[in-house]
Design a protein around this ligand. Structure first.
Ligand SMILES: Cc1cc2nc3c(=O)[nH]c(=O)nc-3n(C[C@H](O)[C@H](O)[C@H](O)COP(=O)(O)O)c2cc1C
Length: 436
């Protein structure tokens, strides 16, 4: 199995209110390096594949037409830039990889290619790029736009964006860097090329001003679940981050991913799936349940609704609490279609209020609560049935919920021969894409 954690570079993660629990961030400040170094060392002790940073720009201001809930409850706000964290995390660890989300809609491709190539050096080949096309009006409004582009256009841009990045990363031939002191030749000009890209959305002359790092290009991760999102995954994803709260949903999604890969002329196995997950592990089942309960107790009632408003572009304050989730108009969203599909499939018939309570506490996905052995049983079942490659854990209280996984669950998975005992290979790509 491959195991990763998803966080944002901020105080509040996918369980709204977790920051307020008495033991959360004890002895640490969420924005200071000591906290992140501590997390990196803990994750590394558990041989975890990757710490992945979800990211967005701006604030969710759709709920009640204002940003108050997002600001008050720290709903993905504040959110700091994750890219500068990458080398800090890898310097504090030996094998941990770092995934960074960057938007194809707002950041120029030259900048992304350059940042990722630079991080590939500074992390010594342990960086991944989560390619996001972004969503939300306020994000657009940070970048000279009064409205966001249509989803179709965002994906058309994203497609050309990838071509530009690939060309830039390939603008240096692998043996272009000579570093010949006697011959006074640092790089061979015959092996560094301008790219002269002229497309619908971008004009980029090249070359990239960063020589290739250990991986050549970052590991490409993608999470979109709409029609164009899945087609994009088929063409580009090495790892697909997916969410489903049921085994049937996982199987269905794996089939869609396989079809997308084949439609793009790739083998289904070329795309590895990590399932979004919430895990509560304790020494006893009662202890694990108490951790889940403690988290539920601090989710503010409006929090889940405000997060959903941000994710799906609907002001849920205008709808009755008892309306069924399938009646809320999210079957076609300008926001996260993959997540909306999961709600419509796995929570059909539940009321908006019920779904919002769940959503504010981890956003759904695969869940397991219990002792290490109980959780490992459920993970093995899902792993075997789903055709996935592993799990991406969402976090409750930090750093405690990460330490629980590393100190209780990982040894159990290792004992069962399901998880590595030590890091293999040199780069994140070698580890993350290694066969079972
Ligand atoms: C599990 C999951 C995690 C995601 N994480 C992010 C993220 O961190 N930042 C972001 O801008 N979009 C994120 N997205 C959104 C997608 O990258 C995509 O841009 C969005 O879902 C719209 O495309 P879609 O309709 O094809 O899903 C995520 C989606 C899923 C399903």
């Amino acid at each position: 199995m491959h195991l990763a954690f998803v966080l944002g570079h901020g105080p509040s993660q996918h369980s709204i209110g977790a920051w307020s629990l008495p033991r959360a961030y004890r002895g640490f400040h969420y924005a200071q390096p000591a906290f992140w170094e501590h997390l990196a060392r803990t994750l590394d002790r558990g041989c975890i594949d990757m710490l992945f940073f979800a990211d967005m720009y701006g604030v969710y201001d759709g709920f009640e037409g204002k940003m108050d809930a997002a600001v008050r409850y720290a709903i993905q706000f504040p959110l700091h830039d994750p890219a500068p964290l990458a080398p800090l995390l890898t310097r504090a660890s030996t094998g941990l990889g770092v995934g960074i989300s960057v938007s194809t809609t707002y950041v120029p491709p030259y900048m992304t290619a350059r940042t990722m190539a630079t991080l590939d050096h500074l992390t010594e080949g342990r960086v991944a790029w989560n390619v996001v096309a972004s969503y939300g009006r306020n994000a657009a409004a940070q970048f000279n736009m009064s409205e966001e582009l249509s989803k179709e256009e965002r994906y058309l841009r994203a497609e050309e964006y990838m071509q530009v990045c690939y060309k830039l990363w390939d603008s240096w031939e692998p043996d272009a860097l000579v570093m010949d002191r006697e011959g006074l030749t640092f790089a061979d000009p015959a092996k560094v090329h301008k790219i002269h890209h002229k497309g619908e959305y971008f004009q980029v002359e090249g070359p990239l001003d960063v020589a290739p790092g250990p991986q050549g290009r970052p590991v490409i991760i993608q999470a979109g679940g709409s029609g164009p999102g899945m087609a994009f995954a088929g063409r580009h994803a090495e790892v697909h981050f997916a969410t489903s709260s049921s085994l049937d949903g996982m199987k269905e999604h794996r089939v869609r991913v396989n079809e997308s890969a084949r439609a793009a002329g790739r083998a289904a196995e070329d795309i590895r799936i990590l399932w979004a997950s919430s895990i509560f592990v304790g020494e006893t089942e009662a202890e694990a349940r108490a951790k889940d309960e403690a988290l539920r107790a601090v989710v503010p009632p409006e929090g889940g609704l405000a997060l959903m408003s941000g994710h799906f572009g609907v002001d849920f304050s205008t709808l009755p609490a008892d309306v069924a989730i399938e009646e809320t108009g999210i079957e076609e969203t300008p926001g996260m279609q993959g997540v909306a599909n999961m709600l419509l499939r796995d929570y059909r018939g539940q009321t908006l209020a019920e779904v919002a309570r769940m959503y504010g506490n981890g956003m759904g996905g695969f869940r397991a609560i219990g002792t290490a052995s109980q959780v490992a049983d459920k993970m093995e079942e899902a792993y075997e049935a789903s055709g996935g490659h592993g799990f991406m854990f969402r976090c409750g209280e930090l750093p405690g919920s990460i330490a629980d996984v590393v100190d209780l669950l990982v040894p159990e998975l290792q004992r069962r021969g399901r998880f590595r005992q030590a890091y293999e290979g040199d780069t994140l790509r070698e580890r993350l894409l290694a066969d079972d």
